[in-house]
Design a protein around this ligand. Sequence first.
Ligand code: GLN
Length: 279
Amino acid sequence: MAPTLDEVLAAARAALAESLALDGRSASLEAQLLLAHALGRPRAWLLAHGRDKLHAQADRFETLLARRLAGEPMAYILGRREFYGLDLLVTPAVLIPRPETELLVELALAHIPDSAPWLVLDLGTGSGAVALAIARHRPATRVCAVERAPDALAVARDNARRLGLNRVQFLEGAWFAALEPGARFQLIVANPPYVAQDDPHLAQGDVRFEPRDALVAGADGLEALRDIIAGAPQHLLPGAWLLLEHGWDQGAACRTLLTQAGFEAVASHRDLAGQERVS
Ligand code: GLN
C-alpha cells in the first residue's frame, strides 16, 4: 500500500539526518522541500495533506532524495536559491550564492547614492546575484556584469530576464578583457574565486559540486584578487571604489595588495560570523 506523505517525510528526515549529519530541523525542512518540489506544490501545502497517499510522484521524490543523500546541494536539486531577497535560478554552472556575499551587496548599496546614475561593474557575476541585487535596490544605476564562463552567463541572463532587471548589461570575458579600454566606473565589485587549490575544504559538502573555476585561485587563493586589483585602477573614475569579497584569513593580504596598487582608505569589513570578508 502507498505510504502517506507524513510517513514519507518521517523516513526521509531520518535518512537525511543520518547520511548528512543534519540536525532534526534542517533534515525536516529539506525533506519537506524535496517532497514539495516532487509534487509541484508549495511547502505549506504539505501541512494540510499529511494523510494523503504518495502515488504518482513517488519515483520522482525517490530520485530527488537519492541525489541529496549523495551530497548534492539543495540549491542545485531545487534549481533555486534566495539571495538578498531575490529568487535566483541556479545550476551547477554557477556558484551557489552565499549569505556572506550579502555583505558585499550591503556595502555596495551603502556607497551608491539613492538616485545618482552610477556606473557599477560586477566581475565574475556567476548567477548574477550581486549585480542583480544592486540593480534591484538602486534603480538609477547602470550595472555591467562580466563573466568568463558562457554557461554561467546564460544563467545570469535568465535571472535578469525573469526579474525584469534589464538595466544590467552582460559581457562575456575574463575580468576586464571584455570592456572597452576606456570604460570607467564609480564602483567595481567582485566575489572572485579565492580558495587555495589544495584547501581541504574543497573536498567537503556542497563545494564538491560547484564549479572549480568559481572557487579556486591558484596555490595561495589570491591569484584572482591580484589580477583584479592590478587591473582595476584604469577602469575606475576619480574617487571611485573597489569592493572585493575574500577569504576570512585574506584581509591583511588584500589590504597590502590594495595599498601597493595605490588605493587609499583601504579597510576590511566583517561578515555576520565576525570574519573579515570584504575589503
Ligand atoms: N566562500 C566560499 C567558500 O569558502 C568561496 C567563494 C569564492 O571563492 N568566491 O566555499
